[in-house]
Design a protein around this ligand. Structure first.
Ligand code: NAP
Length: 285
């Protein structure tokens, strides 16, 4: 039977108007017997984060998603962190239990669940990550959790790539390089998977792609772009032309949302309706 209880949820970020989350969660709540659960987009500027978090407690919001630029800064206003969020150093989901706020990172869950759906086993694999920002940290932690054999990070800023590798050194064999360097190119030749965790190729700049020579990858390497808009980025289109299997960021987006929904409600959502909304919003057939 449908619940008549009212609970409030939302997403905070700046900007946040483009977020697909309100429609995705609202449809899932409605379809799963929570017609009085509300989910809204809340544009919050950086300087107002502390006030905003207090407001969420005051208004008894049950849960929120967190996006750029608050994923790291919100940590200091939370009461506890789940282990993944602590290690990654970023939160994309907050659950409010009677005024106690706990931070989670469901990007890592979504990333790994999408890999599992694509039948890719990270264990002992050679992985290459492009980028060294927040999403790259979640991807790297996912690969470490699943005991990848060797991870190479390539970024435009070699120092950031090396620092990220150093941060996770205790969890696996990881090196960071300038993505134009010869050492980096050498590592492409043995990669089982290449993951783009930069925004290159994301709408509206859809003609961009990271500067990697895909021809260096061995046959059968999986090319995974966590960018989800467009679903087929230039990187994925080029990889497809060369005959590589590909994976779009759409499934990670859906599956991180599925995990956040589970944390918010204690139940699994209707993923079919969430998928339909995402496809509709991204104008896919
Ligand atoms: P971020 O923290 O800002 O990090 C972006 C990374 O990309 C940094 O390493 C940055 O390098 C690099 N970069 C940015 N612009 C670049 C350019 N023009 N040329 C070369 N490198 C560039 O962002 P993020 O949160 O990690 O997000 C990265 C992407 O992942 C976004 O497109 C986001 O939408 C996507 N994402 C998808 C999902 C999903 O569910 N599918 C989840 C999370 C994120 P510098 O440090 O040198 O600036």
């Amino acid at each position: 039977m449908a619940s008549t209880e009212i609970k409030n949820f939302g997403i905070i970020g700046w900007p946040v108007g483009h977020s697909l989350s309100p429609k995705m969660y609202q449809a899932a709540f409605k379809s799963s017997g929570f017609p009085n659960y509300n989910y809204i987009a809340m544009p919050i500027q950086a300087g107002r984060l502390m006030l905003a978090v207090d407001g969420l407690k005051g208004l008894d919001f049950r849960g929120i998603n967190v996006t750029i630029p608050h994923k790291t800064h919100i940590i200091k206003y939370l009461d506890s962190l789940d282990a993944d969020a602590r290690i990654i150093g970023a939160v994309n989901t907050v659950v409010n239990d009677g005024g106690m706020l706990t931070g989670y990172n469901t990007d890592v869950t979504g990333f790994l669940a999408a890999l599992a759906e694509a039948d890719f086993m990270p264990e002992d694999s050679n992985a290459v990550i492009l980028g060294s920002g927040g999403a790259a940290r979640a991807v790297l932690w996912g690969l470490c959790k699943r005991k990848a054999g060797y991870v190479t990070i390539g970024a435009r800023n070699a120092e950031k790539a090396k620092n990220l590798a150093a941060d996770f050194k205790r969890y696996g064999s990881i090196e960071g390089y300038d993505w134009l360097s010869e050492e980096f190119k050498e590592n492409l030749k043995t990669a089982d998977i290449l993951i783009n965790a930069t925004p290159l190729g994301m709408y509206p700049d859809v003609i961009s792609m990271p500067p990697v020579d895909l021809k260096l990858l061995p046959e059968g390497a999986l090319v995974y772009d966590i960018v989800y808009n467009p679903a087929k980025t230039k990187l994925l289109a080029e990889a497809e032309k060369l005959g590589f299997p590909t994976l779009s960021g759409m499934s990670m987006l859906l599956l991180q949302g599925k995990e956040s929904y589970r944390l918010f409600t204690g139940e699994n959502p209707d993923v079919d309706i969430m998928w339909r909304i995402l496809k509709q919003e991204l104008k896919l057939k």
